[in-house]
Design a protein around this ligand. Structure first.
Ligand code: MG
Length: 387
């Protein structure tokens, strides 16, 4: 098979966005691999673009555990994805292993999958073991923007309008973000959860993202138990991300699924969420946890613990495509997070890659193109590239 000839790290940002309005879809880092025959593979990394780029492009700083990534990829066979993953993980252990190094590795791993898929002319989910289901189930996230300077009524109107739009577009599973900070009291939040249920109707799975609202598990429990009649599929980001013991207490005392691990890197860290926090759902982001190789391994491990894997994903169409191939090939993955491009003013999400899948009565068809089935739009590359 043709070898990898070129590695590029492209960084993108939506211009002139104010610092307090930036979210995960306002910037991105794209890893682009080209092989000797001109096949291209693209992947995307979570994290600060300038830092991720520097990490991937850094020269070697240690003979064993601080090697430059470029030298490991140029000349490599892209079909040896898992072997390359391990090589990069081991050889960047000084500054990788968790966090930023794994975010970088995630984008590389996704690009390797895309490139290998193009080389053999098959969709990525077949490289991941093949289809385990007939169709896909995206859930639409409803986010009314950050709360600063807004009234509660404005935030709730923002939720209601977007919920209606998502249902009209054909989404049949919805997550509502109540990242409202001080704009809402805990008592009022109980009403907001009941209102959220009315917005989506009785038969739609409803998830709630609390945006790491509480420091004390008993406060979280107070709200979750009072709003039990809102019938939540899961409660996300209730406590601080690293408070695994607190999560375990919530699991014990609340009726709905408690989830977590959206910022976790690698199966090693996600395992702690199963063993210590005992959550029912883990949400590692494919562009953050170690890519498609690692989410696959996390899924296999989660099956042994009776845990669902429903990845976080708030970035461009590259991450959205990863969600499709992931869900297609994993059994204990009832849904994946999907940013609905029609609902948000997120230029990178709408324009950076195409095509976007079609949703019909809650379902998406299995992807059919080679690799991830998407490509970078050159116009958007010119418009948003920052390096
Ligand atoms: Mg979240």
């Amino acid at each position: 098979m043709p070898r990898i000839k070129e590695l590029e790290v492209l960084t993108f940002a939506v211009p002139s966005i104010s610092a307090n309005q930036i979210d995960g879809a306002s910037t991105t880092t794209v890893v682009r691999l080209t092989d000797e025959d001109g096949h291209i593979g693209i992947g995307e990394c979570d994290g600060a673009p300038s830092v991720i780029k520097a990490f991937i492009e850094m020269p070697s700083s240690h003979a064993f555990w601080g090697q430059g990534i470029r030298s490991m990829l140029i000349g490599a066979d892209p079909l040896e994805i898992t072997a390359l993953w391990q090589r990069i993980y081991d050889a960047t252990a000084f500054s990788g292993r968790r966090g930023l190094g794994i975010q970088a590795l995630s984008g590389i791993d996704i690009a390797l999958h895309d490139l290998a898929g193009h080389q053999i002319g098959q969709p990525v989910y077949k490289l991941m073991g093949g289809a385990r289901r007939k169709h896909l189930t995206p859930y639409a996230t409803i986010f009314p923007g950050w709360p600063e300077g807004k009234k509660l009524s404005e935030l709730i109107d923002g939720l209601a309008t977007r919920c209606e739009h998502a249902l009209k577009l054909g989404y049949r599973a919805i997550k509502i973000c109540v990242i409202f900070g001080d704009v809402v009291t805990d008592t009022k939040l109980v009403d907001v959860l009941r209102q959220s249920r009315r917005m989506v109707g009785d038969n739609t799975p409803l998830m709630i993202d609390f945006g790491y609202r509480w420091r004390d598990w008993a406060d979280a429990k107070w709200v979750l138990n009072r709003a039990a009649d809102a019938d939540l599929y899961f409660a996300e980001a209730t406590l601080q991300h690293d408070d695994l013991e607190g999560h375990a207490k919530l699991v014990e005392h609340c009726p709905m699924r408690i989830c977590g691990a959206e910022l976790a890197g690698t199966r090693w860290e996600v395992r702690e969420w199963m063993v210590t926090a005992k959550v029912a759902v883990v949400q590692p982001d494919i562009n953050h946890c170690g890519g498609l190789t690692e989410i696959r391994r996390i899924c296999d491990m989660a099956e042994l613990y009776g845990v669902q894997v429903i990845p976080h994903g708030w970035k461009t169409g590259i991450t959205a495509a990863c969600g499709q191939h992931f869900q297609a090939s994993c059994t204990n993955a009832p849904m994946f997070e999907y940013v609905v491009p029609e609902i948000y003013d997120l230029p990178l999400r709408r324009e950076l890659v195409s095509p976007n899948p079609v949703v019909n009565d809650g379902n998406m068809a299995l992807p059919t193109g080679a690799g991830l089935g998407i490509s970078l739009n050159q116009e958007a590359v010119k418009k948003f590239q920052i390096n």
